[in-house]
Design a protein around this ligand. Sequence first.
Ligand SMILES: [Mn+2]
Length: 387
Amino acid sequence: MKILHLADLHIGKIVQEQSLLEDQIYMLEQIVKKIEEEKIELVLISGDIYDRSVPPADSVIVLNNFLKVLVKDLKVKVCMIAGNHDSKERLNFGKEIFADDGLHICAIYDGKLEKKEFEDEYGKLNIYMLPYIKPVEIKQYFDEDEKIASYHDAVKKVLEKENINKDERNIILSHQFVTAGNVEPERSESETLILGGTENVDVSVYDQFDYVALGHIHGPQRIGRDTARYSGTMLKYSFSEVNQNKCLTILDFKEKGNLKIDTSITIKPLRDMRVIKGPIEELTSEDVYSKTNREDYIRAIITNEEQVYDAIGQIKKIYPNTLRLDIKNSKSEIQQTLQISDLDDIKKKDEVELFNEFYQYQNNQELNESQLDIMKQVVKEVKKEEH
Ligand SMILES: [Mn+2]
């Protein structure tokens, strides 16, 4: 069976106030073409379908159209789980109704791992669907003396409960922060992760599955073994992802033990996301921009030592989709080192002082008298509310 593994669609994603919906629609159309060309029969979507728990109306329309084309027009089966960005209840809408048409949604873990069986010339193929889970949410399904202190424990316990037939072919969809031993996956800023690193699940918990279709991390990569993978996102969703090579993850699963994985297909997005750096004269010179797509999403880093008049205006004239502009010169470097060495004193400073530092860092000047007064007032009022 030929299977496409997708994850982290984040439909409705907004980067620096710019909606990427048009780019996402384009990308989903290209993916549909590849599904046809590659004769994909089953599509797995491993969570973070939407970017927000209450997706805007236009995002819902985009997902609806994508799924409609797959299921109704192409007769492709779809298995989809919820990620941490999705609202479980909302994503679960219609699951019993759509299942007859081949759209299988699992957004809520209810004490039993959901399983969907498919058949092909090689026999049975079991697709297990584990939506994003947190330890606190699943405790109710286990005895109190069972230790579920971590995300790792949670996934382990959930999977141990199941009787997986090792003679059959088994795939699982899971949306967690999965690591292999002490090796951290390559991450970006756009994955919301819990601080402290306790959210990780070791890949060994999925040992009984022939393939682990992971979601959550935005860079396509294997975790511990070739057959446990993050498919990554279809588009770059943050400037920390500009160097990632997004690709499609296509499986050709024949008999048990015969699983081929192809990550060679890439799709050129409508607009790329990239960082440009240099003196403004260089960035806005025809020599430089004429070789590139000026419609790309740009973070411009300007390195001029002297003040640049209307830098954002000049940059946007050439690159209309500039989302971010930073200035990095010897002054800003010095400022940053100062800032970092000050961190030790942070506990000794009050809120107004800290805000003033932040403001200074952002604007290269301190708050003036009246701004200081406003801040003092705000802090006072917030503190009053806390009590
Ligand atoms: Mn996620």
